[in-house]
Design a protein around this ligand. Sequence first.
Ligand code: DC
Length: 221
Amino acid sequence: MAPVVTIDGPSGSGKGTIASRLAAILGWRCLDSGALYRLLGYSAQRADVDLDDASRLAQLALSMDIEFKEGAVLLDGEDVSLAIRTEQAGNAASKVAALPAVREALMAWQRACAVEPGLVADGRDMGSVVFPQADVKIFLDASAEERAQRRYKQLIEKGLSANLPSLIAEIRERDDRDRNRSVAPLKAPDGALIVDSTALSIDEVLERVLDRVYQTFPDLA
Ligand code: DC
């Protein structure tokens, strides 16, 4: 199998930014697995499918035509990059992600992303469930307040509306659901490098991650 670096962590820990920068530096493919759950939550709401109807959601997951193209996310050919980033889509994603049938339905799609020269995969269970044999595993964390601040800034910069106190509450609620679900809960996988990014800049986090990657793959340094 192609080399794989996994970056797991809660919402707003900065794993998306770190994963895409790392993939660009290495020239590897990048998988944003959260986008898959967001796409499913968004599709389900659009198709009026209940967010706890496991079998219809699993069918929907298998029928979605998904493409990641030049930084955009396409669903059945339509650019839904912004639509899946709303807090509403994030909450729907967290609900559908708690269903084992949904996680199973999205597994093959994710594993198929591990192609040469390599893959950087970001999510919640990349190192623990989807790519347990990954060469490098990173777990990125940060306080709920700091993560809510970051999300607030991102949303405002994208021209979307945002409210800080409700973002903090939503992040806590989502963390709770992601950490306490029975299937593939959010937790640091064995052997992971744990980085708390609360007081670190993106460059400082990237430096620590790159150190670990280059220790494992000295030829890439
Ligand atoms: O990383 P994100 O905020 O875009 O993820 C959205 C939701 O999807 C999140 O609440 C948990 C879920 N998720 C998951 O369960 N497993 C993953 N590998 C990625 C995301």
